[in-house]
Ligand binder design. Structure first.
Ligand SMILES: Cc1cc2nc3c(=O)[nH]c(=O)nc-3n(C[C@H](O)[C@H](O)[C@H](O)COP(=O)(O)O)c2cc1C
Length: 390
């Protein structure tokens, strides 16, 4: 297949993407007091070198209280700008685009790392600011029985938080990121404001749907105010949360956000209850793609599809069917950071190794000219298949 959509370039505002493949934000739980480590450089670097058009750094917290685990990345102070810029530079050097997701864990803050058992963290002397790290939320309602009851944010604190998102966007810009995503999904703070289940406020940030949307809209405005016009802004939503918030509300919100300068909705699901499909039940290939299609159609906004998109032809079909504009490949790119190269080969894209840095792209390209490594399992014949790839 030549002339794929997956490998066609795209322009969003002033940003040029070389293809439609996005590495979505994925927590590494490996920061030290909010600072990135060599792990983050290696992690972002390998995806960038693997040929993805856009690499989005994990949910990076806009305030200390918003950290999900001891290993969350932070951006609540200017001291984070320089260390984050190291990731930015490295991603750019690999001819990819660095993005960042800004987040706040809300009532799901102060948790264990998933591989240490998930759920709330038990009090430990190792954390020297335990009390400052108290989980906060729109209302004093626990996520589930096993989670602590969060402290309800005072009205003034909500206003301060809006500003904290704006300041975080400024820092992300100063660090050199070129795309920014607001984390409005997965049962974290922004989503907690949207959901009736977690938001029972009686001030202007609660009550009606309009009231519950106020926080995310103000956050988007504050971020846009500090994020230059030429840089794209995405919002990740749980388009369906299985608890009262669904595609209709998401499309309505997306239309409002678009008018505030949001360029694309990253369409995820779940997280406000423990029974949500995200990374859990009801999983099948492309399970969230219909949500992306719905928002794209009903809100007339670009969307990114994510969730069990594993194969190149699967990704290509989603684009051809106009169900999304961008494709995020999460766990599969953990399995194979060179997924874009692999997809290019399988889709028959001309010059599949042109997408990656010459340190290995050059050698793979010259090998391919001799016909090796471009088709599965011809090695038994001891023969090559010359001329497949130019
Ligand atoms: C290790 C890991 C960390 C994740 N961290 C984040 C995150 O920081 N922000 C976010 O919005 N989603 C996060 N997710 C969800 C992914 O971005 C993605 O939506 C999800 O894995 C589904 O896509 P996939 O089936 O391609 O993996 C994480 C997923 C994984 C596996």
């Amino acid at each position: 297949m030549s002339g794929t959509l997956l490998f066609s370039p795209m322009t969003i505002r002033g940003l040029e993407l070389k293809n439609r493949i996005v590495v979505p934000p994925m927590h590494q739980y490996s920061a030290v007091k909010g600072f990135p480590t060599d792990w983050h450089l290696m992690n972002a670097g390998k995806f960038a070198a693997g040929g993805a058009g856009l690499v989005v750094v994990e949910s990076t917290k806009v305030e200390r209280r918003g950290c999900g685990t001891v290993g969350d990345l932070g951006i609540w102070d200017d001291k984070f700008i320089e260390p984050l810029s190291r990731l930015v530079k490295f991603i750019k050097q690999q001819n990819s685009v660095p993005g960042i997701q800004l987040g706040h864990s809300g009532r799901k803050a102060r948790a264990r790392r998933p591989w240490e058992g998930d759920g709330p963290l038990a009090r430990t002397d190792e954390i020297d600011d335990w009390d400052e790290w108290t989980p906060v939320a729109p209302s004093a309602i626990a996520h589930s029985e096993k989670w602590p009851v969060p402290r309800a944010l005072e009205r003034g604190e909500v206003k301060d938080l809006v500003q904290a998102w704006g300041q975080a966007a400024r820092r992300a810009h100063e660090a050199g990121f070129e795309m920014l995503e607001l984390h409005g999904a997965h049962g974290y703070l922004v989503h907690e404001f949207l959901s009736e289940r977690s938001n029972q406020r009686t001030d202007e940030y609660g009550g009606s749907e309009e009231g519950r949307m106020r926080f995310i809209i103000e956050v988007a405005e504050a971020v846009r105010g500090h994020w230059p016009d030429h840089k794209p802004l995405f919002v990740r939503l749980s388009v369906e949360d299985n608890a009262g918030w669904g595609p209709e509300q998401s499309a309505k919100l997306a239309r409002i956000l678009k008018a505030k300068g949001v360029d694309a909705i990253d369409c995820s699901s779940g997280g406000i209850t423990d029974a949500a499909p995200i990374l859990g039940k009801e999983i099948k290939y492309s399970y969230q793609v219909p949500l992306s299609e719905y928002v794209r159609t009903h809100a007339d906004i670009m969307t990114m599809a994510v969730g069990l998109i594993i194969h190149g032809d699967q990704a290509e079909q989603i684009l051809r069917d106009k169900q999304a504009d961008l494709i995020a490949v999460g766990r599969e790119i953990l399995n194979n950071p060179n997924w874009p190269m692999d997809a290019a080969l399988k889709l028959g894209v001309d010059g599949p190794f042109r997408n990656v840095p010459p340190q290995f792209g050059y050698w793979l390209g010259t090998r391919a000219k001799r016909g090796f490594g471009t088709k599965p399992s011809t090695w038994q014949n001891g023969l090559n298949a010359p001329g497949e790839v130019s």
